[in-house]
Design a protein around this ligand. Structure first.
Ligand code: GRF
Length: 192
């Protein structure tokens, strides 16, 4: 556990690629009294990511990097993170894989939310896999990001029951609701 001293909030960047519901939710979390974070930057790998609208809405600095040249983009991102004094990166539906070099060079922490009970179902299509395999339970996990995909130390997990009538879409919706509780809870667990 890392106790926060003083009233300073940890400057945080959220990395997104799509809808950004977790991004929106983290913004909300960053505005409550007991929060340990402030959100100072959003990075999107896709210029039309829906979630970018929350950056406009809440006046958060946004930058787009399409990762066509990963090395170049990561270099620019590292400079930006340093300039903005970012300490925490929250990946939230970010569809690019950060290089080992980037993870090593970033002078802070990187965490991610994943819609499964890791170590089960790393990577994509977790809800589809859950339904196909007729699993009784699914869930979501917040974990540290390491060079191995979805394999870093787990900070918190939530187990969720799969209903007989669930399909990948209904499950995605259900799990997302829990993600919105779990991500802030995991941040609180680390920093407060
Ligand atoms: C979430 O299910 C997250 O766990 C996964 O991608 C989805 C992103 O949703 N990595 P959103 O963009 O935050 O709405």
């Amino acid at each position: 556990m890392e106790k926060l001293t003083g009233l300073k909030k940890l400057k945080t960047a959220v990395f997104i690629s799509g809808t950004g519901s977790n991004f929106k939710n983290l913004i909300k979390f960053s505005k409550i009294k007991k929060t340990p974070i402030s959100i100072n930057l959003v990075i999107s790998s896709f210029n039309k990511a829906k979630g970018l609208k929350y950056a406009d809405q809440f006046n958060i600095k946004k930058r787009i990097f399409n990762f066509q040249n990963t090395k170049n983009d990561e270099k620019k991102i590292l400079i930006l993170l340093k300039k903005e004094k970012i300490y925490l990166i929250c990946l939230a539906g970010f569809m690019k894989i950060l290089s080992k070099d980037f993870i090593k060079k970033f002078n802070g922490k990187i965490i991610n939310i994943h819609p499964s009970l890791l170590p089960k179902y790393k990577g994509l299509n977790t809800h589809h896999k859950t339904i196909t395999n007729k699993d009784k339970f699914t869930g979501c996990s917040v974990h540290y990001v390491t060079e191995k995909l979805d394999s870093g130390k787990i900070i918190m997990q939530k187990k969720i029951k799969v209903a007989a009538k669930d399909n990948p879409e209904s499950l995605a919706k259900k799990v997302l609701k829990h993600e919105h509780k779990l991500y802030p809870a995991a941040i609180m667990k680390i920093f407060s």
